[in-house]
Write a protein that binds this ligand. Structure first.
Ligand SMILES: [Zn+2]
Length: 474
């Protein structure tokens, strides 16, 4: 009995180990390390770091012998991300010209294209009790800080009908760092003019007209200032939409069947992430760059797409249907890359795509949660198919019928065309969209198994007799 048990155990171990080593964990690690290294600066669309990753993906596709699509493998698109200053901002103090980005800088408070105002300046410091009648139509000068009190004060000022805002930047950083003040609700009738920031030195020279200094004012935090400075301040600001050029990386492995090669399976994952921020470190008090390396989100899924492409391309027998491999850009900006995917640069239309496999965050397998394969119920056969494939692997599979995450990644832009989708995901975690989403936390052993399941699935989709039958789930 014992011996027999041992033999069965040996068989079990042998099949589980040998049937799923499709991918080399050393290579997976190398790829995720490369994509999530600091020099990629969080892979923000249109940046050098993002370009380096796109180049890597394309080189891997080309080396594997895939045919690049669109523009030599790059599918370019553009989108608008916020606003940027146009060159035409100007300010005059008592007729004297001020230097932009030194004496003052424009702030795009409400995404207004352009505004200008010529009026006296009323200094209100950071008072909570202001005679707003004195401020109507005037420039209101106040301290700028991150605190809620400032936000509520500027909010109040705007709703009280001030002409424009002059925010004093007390941090005196050489390069002004402006964030738009978001989340402020204003009256519909509000017509705020320009908003600018000025340096502390500039503020001092204005306050000197009333024998005040900024340092004095700041130490008298609770004093209720509301002083017309009796100056003629004129400024105009202008902004234009900030257009970003991004690119998906796309290549195809042509199918071997003369008929079925005109049908396509898309395997995709986004390679972009959320970039970096610069802020003052709590520890050192100095300006520091914080890079969001996005090892799990989504260097893991991008690596999966690249390695799947290589694996399929090196098989002796090509799949019957064509497989398109795509690394999407600008997913983090609102699934933009996948929304721009179907266009005339592709040799096929939506109706020719028979299924889509999306890999987004597949590196943090957690025993208790399992690997989610969301959307398996977007076809009549999907759930069963996944269950039978996954039964060869010692991984817990989680097939949610309804998921809050359904609309949160690129497959959603395929589902809307009636294409069955499979979204592989090892769920969110405490490092999600944080600087701590690092390569050291990736579980490559289980990631390898997840990519193997995706391989078996794609292989089935590309070679099966009948295509999956789509079913609507929302
Ligand atoms: Zn993601």
């Amino acid at each position: 009995m014992k011996r027999r048990n041992f033999f069965i155990l040996f068989l079990f171990v042998a099949t589980t180990v040998f049937s799923q080593q499709y991918f080399d964990t050393v290579q997976l690690r190398k790829s995720v390390e490369f994509m999530s290294a600091d020099d990629k600066m969080g892979r923000l669309p249109g940046t050098d770091g993002s370009n380096a990753v796109a180049e890597y993906i394309l080189a891997e596709f080309n080396n594997a012998g895939l045919n690049p699509l669109c523009n030599g493998g790059y599918q370019y698109f553009s989108y608008i991300k916020g606003w940027k200053n146009s060159d035409s901002c100007a300010a005059l103090l008592d007729g004297k010209k001020l230097v932009p980005y030194s004496d003052f800088a424009p702030v795009n408070f409400f995404h207004t294209r352009s505004a200008s105002l010529s009026a006296d300046v009323v200094f209100i410091g950071n008072a909570q009790d202001v005679d707003w009648e004195k401020c109507k139509g005037k420039w209101v000068m106040m301290k700028d800080d991150e605190k809620a009190s400032y936000k509520s004060l500027s909010h109040k000022a705007i709703n009280q009908g001030v002409g424009g805002l002059i925010l004093i930047d007390t941090s005196n950083t050489p390069e002004y760092e402006y964030s738009n003040v978001l989340g402020i609700s204003v009256k519909k009738s509000t017509t705020l003019g320009p908003v600018i920031k000025i340096s502390a030195t500039m503020a001092d020279s204005l306050l000197a007209k009333k024998n005040l200094s900024l340092s004095q004012v700041l130490t008298e935090a609770n004093k209720k200032y509301c002083i017309p400075l009796g100056v003629e301040f004129k400024a105009s600001t202008s902004f234009e939409p900030n257009e970003i050029t991004a690119k998906n990386v796309v290549a195809v492995l042509e199918g071997s069947d003369p008929e079925l090669r005109n049908e396509y399976i898309v395997v995709g994952g986004h390679y972009d992430h959320v970039g970096f921020t610069e802020k003052i470190s709590n520890k050192t008090g100095k300006m520091r760059t914080y890079i969001y390396n996005g090892a799990d989100d989504n260097a893991s899924g991008t690596t999966a797409v690249v390695e799947l492409a290589k694996k399929f391309a090196t098989q002796p027998q090509r799949p019957k249907r064509s497989i398109v491999f795509v690394a999407f850009d600008a997913e983090e900006e609102g699934l933009i890359g996948s929304a721009k995917f179907f266009n005339e640069c592709l040799p096929f239309e939506t109706s020719q795509v028979k299924a889509m496999v999306n890999l987004d965050m597949v590196g943090r397998y957690n025993e208790s949660k399992g690997v989610k394969i969301i959307g398996s119920n977007t076809s009549k056969e999907g759930k069963r198919l996944i269950e039978s494939i996954a039964s060869n692997y010692d991984l817990k599979i989680n097939i949610p019928t309804k998921s809050l995450f359904f609309a949160s990644s690129d497959h959603a832009n395929f589902y809307k065309y009636g294409i069955p989708v499979f979204f592989f995901n090892t769920d969110t975690h405490k490092d999600y969209h944080r600087v701590s989403d690092e390569v050291q936390k990736i579980d490559f052993v289980n990631m390898q198994k997840i990519i193997s399941i995706a391989y078996d699935l794609t292989d089935n989709l590309a070679n099966r007799k009948k295509n999956l039958r789509f079913q609507k789930i929302y």
